[in-house]
Ligand binder design. Structure first.
Ligand SMILES: Nc1ncnc2c1ncn2[C@@H]1O[C@H](COP(=O)(O)OP(=O)(O)OP(=O)(O)O)[C@@H](O)[C@H]1O
Ligand SMILES: [Mg+2]
Length: 424
């Protein structure tokens, strides 16, 4: 049964998904985008859309089993969000970085500012450094979009370029995140963005988080650092930046609810599935392709692997050796002690991998110019032919670079095991 809600100017209607809403009469604002009658909104499970009534209006909502609607006699978008959007319009500031822990409204603020800026005619780039809860592009990818007109959600924005990290957390990939951030800012400027909004991950506590945030800000050199905090929970980051950068602290909406782990996982899974739609198998010639984040194809191919087979007590399908590493593909798992002992005697790193460990590894694809062209799942490596079979929805035929990720993803979009850093 649809629920009909009549709201007055300044009221808020919070619709939690799964739900569908259609505006029958009047005007509402969603993250700074004005919505007129006949607007149809689809709210996924795990998200809540705060609709602000701009005049008397009538909204029809149909909720799914976990969906919910609330009508409040208050405006749930903080005044300081409006004030900062006005400041960004008037000021010279090009790049703003949003900092905050998880579930404080970072994505919503990024959407709100983007919508306010595009409504005033600014060509606005958004860079999404939150690889765990990405809005732009696939999970595990730093996404860049250029927005020309207001949107309901940044997930609707086209991906202009990306930088593949291949994990659902920056932990262990701090350098990669910094390189990606720097590249995407450069790309945004090449795309003639007049304003750049950078959203960041909720990783804000601990030494790794501090250094990540410090270097991120140092490489981006933002005109404004925007901090979203409920109390003073990221004051340590404020202290790091306040002397060198213009910084503003904004209010977290009182009505914003925290998402459960399960809701976060659901949103990520839906995104993997979206990215793998209309998939096909692409065959990639390994020696014509630049491989990244892997030791494969960095050594000399070993023709005779018998002594290693004896030493490790397994059959070896493929082997290569370089000054610092011996990489073997083995038919079965090898005990750690044997690997350590071989490592000791060779005085170099020994990496042993089995074919099942490679299967369904999350991959990032780039064209020959280094532009991100999609993600894929590694299905098989034929070492004799030197070919990789990759399941991908990318339509590009020419792959210039393949980055090995750190997650294994099922074809249903579930996150399986993780690959250990440096393992192969
Ligand atoms: N004023 C508001 N009132 C209620 N809910 C809101 C409000 N603003 C945003 N939301 C909703 O709250 C949820 C969390 O907000 P958002 O995704 O922006 O937070 P986040 O900090 O980006 O979270 P994450 O760390 O998971 O990326 C979203 O579903 C969003 O639509
Ligand atoms: Mg977010």
């Amino acid at each position: 049964m649809p629920i009909m809600i009549e709201a007055e100017e300044g009221d808020s209607i919070l619709v939690s998904g799964p739900a569908k809403a259609s505006l029958e009469r009047g005007e509402v604002e969603l993250f700074g985008k004005r919505c007129t009658p006949k607007t149809e909104l689809k709210i996924p499970y795990g998200k809540c859309f705060p609709l602000i009534s701009l005049e008397n209006c009538l909204l029809k909502v149909i909720t799914g089993s976990m969906g919910e609607v609330k009508h409040l006699k208050e405006k749930v978008i903080p005044v300081d969000w409006y004030e900062i959007s006005e400041k960004l319009k008037k000021d010279e500031i090009v790049t703003s970085v949003i900092l905050g822990e998880i579930d404080v409204g970072k994505s919503s603020l990024a959407t709100f500012l983007t919508n306010k800026l595009t409504s005033s005619g600014f060509r606005t780039a958004v860079i999404d450094l939150d690889i765990g809860q990405s809005d732009i592009g696939p999970p595990g990818v730093i996404g860049l979009t250029i927005v020309k007109e207001p949107l309901v959600s940044l997930t609707d924005a086209p991906l202009i370029d990306g930088y593949f990290i291949g994990d659902n957390t920056p932990t262990g990939h701090l350098l990669q995140v910094i390189v990606g951030a720097s590249k995407m800012v450069k790309r945004a400027l090449e795309e003639k963005a007049e304003k750049i909004i950078v959203n960041t991950s909720g990783m804000v506590y601990g030494s790794a988080a501090r250094v990540l945030k410090e270097k991120k800000i140092e490489i981006i050199e933002p005109g404004l650092v925007i901090v979203l905090q409920r109390e003073k929970e990221i004051e340590h980051l404020v202290s790091m930046f306040k002397r060198r950068y213009r910084l503003v602290s904004l209010t977290v909406p009182r009505t914003l609810k925290r998402r459960s782990r399960e809701q976060r996982y659901f949103l990520r899974t839906s995104n993997y599935l979206r990215q793998l739609k209309n998939q096909r198998i692409l065959t990639i010639k390994m020696d014509e392709t630049g491989l990244k984040e892997t030791s494969f194809l960095t050594g000399r191919r070993l023709r005779n692997v018998e002594r290693f087979e004896k030493y490790l007590g397994t059959s070896i399908i493929y082997g290569e050796e370089s000054s610092d590493c011996l990489l073997l593909v083995s038919t079965s798992k090898v005990e750690k002690e044997r690997i350590m002992s071989l490592q000791e005697s060779l005085k170099k790193e020994v990496k042993v991998v089995t074919p099942p460990e490679l299967q369904n590894l999350y991959l990032g694809l780039e064209n020959r110019e280094g532009k991100f062209i999609g993600v894929g799942l590694l299905k098989r490596i034929d070492f004799n032919k030197g070919e990789m079979q990759v399941l991908t929805s990318s339509r590009e035929e020419e792959v210039g670079y393949v980055t090995f990720g750190y997650l294994k993803i099922s074809e249903k979009g579930e996150e399986l095991l993780k690959r250990k850093i440096g393992s192969f």
